[in-house]
Design a protein around this ligand. Structure first.
Ligand code: ZN
Length: 375
């Protein structure tokens, strides 16, 4: 039996990524090609400043939101969306990802919702055939635009409904746009059977935004939500309810405060959330933009945060339970993926740098709770 390094093991284990912004996964060459195609003046150096992997050499940094805004102006035909989705699926497949729920922002394009959605749906079918990867869609509200535009987005989703479109999200800068401003879009989506998620309490914003998302809007899960650690009582309540929080180990607002990974093992919110028993699920957010991938996110949980390797099984199982796949599919995938994990685990040859006594043992499995228990 071949021995596997930690990276090889993580790469081979089946994984789901349920917090993935489609345009954060645009390859650098694709951005260059799109600029060429539409005669947009954009030098290689300009392009590199959007990608964390190259930012040091350019001496200029442009954040993820700036990159997404630019990319939406470069994606001028539905086929551009199809191309990006196929590339995302191919890259994810290389990384052992078998299931993705991806956000895109319909209000950021001049194209018709139905045209883009149709192109994405066709690309999803092709990706399934080619790499046996399942991709599903979450149209997401750009909260820097008006709540009325959000309603328009949901109306288009209802008019052109498709089984691959599972729910709605909200992203972009949260500072002046808490989730409650968009209650009407959320209410409409919910009344038509869509699942709900929301980026809340990102960028160090108040924990109240998480509370509002859960208690008032009724979201099924929270994206980021790190400031919840400032309210231990509420954090305990949501841990009991096992509400999923998608967290991004490779990219948070906290990276600016603690650029050195050595500091992450001390007081990072993701670690505090886990220790409080919150249902956390590691995800990538913006894959190529932020120079990460799903394997890297899981690696960070072990090597930088100090979780033991078996915690990865908990994350894997919880990611399926937090997904919006049909319940019977979740049950069968949990069984299948767990067996694959256990088999690969036998081959793992890894000596953690962090002593066993100091490792975090995360076994807060939602799998132990039936759907009824969760309610
Ligand atoms: Zn995000």
């Amino acid at each position: 039996m071949t021995a596997l390094s930690l990276i090889q093991f993580i790469n081979k284990m089946p994984k789901a990524d349920i917090h993935y912004h489609l345009l954060g996964g645009v390859r650098m060459q694709t951005m260059i090609d799109l600029a060429d195609r539409y005669d947009v003046v954009l030098s290689e150096l300009d392009v590199k400043s959007y990608y964390r992997a190259y930012q040091q050499e350019t001496g200029s940094t442009k954040g993820g939101i700036a990159a997404l805004t630019l990319l939406y102006t470069l994606m001028r035909q539905p086929e551009d969306y199809a191309r990006v989705l196929l590339e995302v699926a191919e890259d994810a497949h290389q990384c052992g990802v078998q299931y993705i729920e991806t956000f895109w922002n319909p209000s950021d394009t001049e194209l018709n919702y139905s045209d883009v959605n149709q192109a994405l749906v066709m690309a999803i079918d092709q990706a399934k055939l080619q790499w046996d990867i399942v991709v599903r869609l979450i149209p997401s509200i750009n909260r820097e635009k008006s709540p009325e535009e959000a309603v328009t987005m949901v109306e288009a989703m209802i008019e052109h409904s498709h089984p691959y479109v599972l729910g709605i999200g909200i992203d972009y800068k949260e500072h002046n746009a808490p989730v409650e401003h968009f209650w009407k879009a959320y209410r409409l989506a919910q009344s038509h059977g869509y699942k709900l998620t929301a980026h809340c309490s990102e960028f160090g914003l108040h924990w109240r935004n998480v509370e509002t998302g859960i208690e008032l809007i009724g979201v099924d899960r929270i994206d980021h939500g790190y400031s919840i650690i400032d309210n231990p009582e509420l954090m305990h309540k949501y841990a009991q309810k096992q509400i999923p929080f998608t967290v991004v180990p490779s990219n948070t607002y906290f990276l600016n405060q603690w650029p050195n990974p050595q500091d992450w093992s001390n007081n990072h919110p993701i670690k505090e959330m886990a220790l409080a028993g919150l249902n956390i699920i590691p995800c990538t957010d913006d894959w190529h933009m932020h120079n990460t991938d799903t394997t890297n996110c899981y690696r960070i949980m072990v090597e930088e945060f100090g979780f033991d390797v078996l915690s990865l099984k908990t994350f894997m199982v919880n990611s399926l339970h937090a997904s919006w796949l049909p319940p019977e599919t979740i049950t069968s995938l949990v069984k299948q993926w767990s067996q694959e994990f256990d088999k690969l685990y036998q081959q793992l040859n890894f000596t953690p740098l962090i002593p066993v006594s100091q490792q975090i043992v995360y076994r807060s499995v939602t799998a132990n709770l039936s759907v009824k228990d969760k309610e």
